[in-house]
Write a protein that binds this ligand. Structure first.
Ligand code: ADP
Ligand code: MG
Length: 524
């Protein structure tokens, strides 16, 4: 049975398998490779995923969600119609749709997957991704970092010479930057940095905000569908600028017409705050490299990397224009497909070796002295350690007859523990004794999937407490079963079926035929 590779994107998701010696993208019902990561609940309770769901952001914003990947691993719930969904449940629908397409295309069902996640996804977000997969009936064989997948495919497909390259993946909601050393058959990720709240969506928002300002409109007072239409137009205009000198945006509200002409210089100006943040992330990646050498190539992947103004900005930064990868929208999925092939032990991929690094520091909160009120972070696994990484630290009691040592586990770069993300805690008992005599050794193991295992062992007793963090995202076994049952009961609507797609902008009102007739997918 095939292992499918899945790029579960903020904006678009793709599936890929490795067969007959190559990574092969799986088309969806509409014939394309990209499936919009949008979910809409229809009147009859079925759930629609993909382009038709994205259309409903405009026509039925109250029943539709997109870009929910940015909420993965948080407690946020989104209301669609009269139901509330967790982000991982919505992601599960997207995964189910991809699996359904894979089953149709391959003629067999798929139960195992390699899934890519932004390099900068923290532990909660990675576990949420695994949970989403579980809800879709998938076993995750491996999580791979998106830029690593892109690097893998780039190296594999170009067979370029030994070099150090920087991969910049700029998508809809996330930015990932990784620096990769390639020598012979080894692809070594040497540094990663990113921002999982930065992408093309921010550019759309900046355009929309400018539109409101220029037209003296207050966004909050606008009808939801008009707002959604405006955001859609902002995105369309942004993309149109790749090939046109200007693009217009306009909305009609009662008698009044509001408009804006977007030009490359204006777009560049609106992008400036976003690009400033991009520069920060690139700087961090450069600083984190252990072996500093010249970057031979900068490779751009992801939808937003195709923006000419983004190329201009990077050209100013690096002094030469970076290359946009051959298939910028698909390269992550192709890399994940290769990774699935490696997992299946495909013979022609056997020599390919890829190493990855930990994107953030992991440690425990410690006190420097008795009475210290603000614990700082004792780092056990420093950022950019090669994976899998296993490190330990020994910590001593601070008070006489202290009976336990409790370790709070954190992830992040802040000096004080409270500045970082708390992942959980573990406590071990120690025998009584004078302060500083008893101790416990904590071992952190960060595996290749980016999941942390922690164990603590105390000096005196042979007692050992072990825990695997967040693997069920704070859900008990019975809660998890309930969630799984709830999601699997909901039926997926066909992507191209007539009843779901009020394709009001097309000539015929039907997604499929509209496309066949060359109709517009976007509002006119
Ligand atoms: P993700 O990985 O977040 O799912 P993608 O890599 O598919 O996202 O990129 C989606 C983003 O790329 C969206 O913000 C979209 O507006 C933008 N985008 C797609 N195509 C282009 C293009 N040709 N020029 C500029 N931006 C684009
Ligand atoms: Mg992506």
């Amino acid at each position: 049975m095939a292992i499918v590779g899945i790029d579960l994107g903020t904006t678009n998701s793709l599936a890929c398998i490795y067969r007959d010696g190559r990574a092969e993208l799986i088309p969806n019902e509409l014939g394309g490779y990209k499936t919009s990561s949008a979910v809409s609940v229809l009147q009859d309770g079925t759930v629609l995923v993909g382009a038709a769901a994205k259309e409903r952001l405009v026509s039925h914003p109250e029943a539709t969600a997109a870009s929910f990947k940015i909420w993965m691993g948080t407690q946020k719930a989104l209301t669609l119609g009269d139901r509330r969904f967790k982000p991982e449940e919505l992601s599960a629908f997207v995964l189910r749709q991809l699996l359904e397409d894979a089953r149709r295309y391959l003629g067999e069902s798929v139960e195992e997957a390699v899934i890519s996640v932004p390099a900068y996804f923290n532990d909660d977000q990675r576990c949420a991704t695994k949970l989403a997969a579980q809800m879709a009936g998938l076993t995750v064989k491996r999580l791979i970092n998106e830029p690593s997948a892109a690097a893998l495919y780039h190296r594999y497909s170009t067979q370029s010479g030994d070099s150090q390259m920087m991969i910049v993946d700029f998508g809809g909601g996330t930015l990932d930057v990784s620096i990769v050393d390639c020598f012979e058959n080894i692809i070594e990720i040497v540094a990663i940095a990113g921002d999982n709240r930065l992408g093309g969506d921010d550019i759309d928002r900046a355009i929309a905000a400018h539109f409101f300002r220029e037209n003296g409109l207050v966004e909050e007072r606008l009808e939801p569908s008009l707002r959604a239409s405006l955001y859609r137009q902002a995105e369309t205009a942004k993309i149109a600028l790749s090939s046109a000198p200007a693009a217009a945006i306009s909305i009609q509200r009662g008698e009044d017409q509001y408009s804006l002409l977007l030009t490359p210089p204006l777009l560049r100006r609106l992008c400036e705050p976003v690009f400033r943040r991009v520069r920060g992330v690139i700087g961090r990646a450069m600083k984190d490299r252990e072996r500093v050498r010249a970057i031979d190539d900068v490779i751009l992947v992801g939808g937003s990397a195709q923006l000419p103004v983004f190329g201009d900005f990077l050209e100013e930064l690096f002094g030469r224009r970076p290359k946009v990868a051959a298939q910028p929208d698909e390269i992550v999925a192709l890399g994940v497909g290769l990774c699935a092939g490696i997992k299946e032990r495909a013979e022609d991929l056997q020599d390919l070796v890829m190493t990855d690094v930990c994107p953030f520091s992991l440690g425990v909160a410690t006190y420097s002295y008795r009475g210290d009120k603000t614990p700082h972070m004792a780092v056990l696994i420093p950022r950019s350690s090669m994976l899998p990484a296993s490190h330990q630290g020994t910590f001593y009691t601070m008070y006489d007859d202290q009976r336990a040592l409790r370790f709070e586990i954190y992830q992040g770069e802040g000096y004080f523990a409270s500045e970082n993300l708390k992942l959980g805690e573990v406590e071990v008992q120690v025998p009584p004794g004078p302060a500083g005599e008893q101790s416990a050794t904590v071992t952190f193991t960060y595996d290749i999937d980016g999941i942390l295992h922690v164990s603590a062992r105390s000096s005196g007793g042979d007692r050992r407490d072990r825990l695997i963090l967040n693997s069920n995202l704070h859900l008990s076994e019975s809660e998890r079963e309930k969630v799984m049952a709830r999601i699997s009961e909901i039926e997926l609507a066909a992507q191209g079926s007539k009843r779901n797609s009020s394709c009001w902008s097309g000539p015929c009102g039907c997604m499929n035929r509209c496309r066949a007739a060359g109709g517009s997918w976007w509002p006119a």
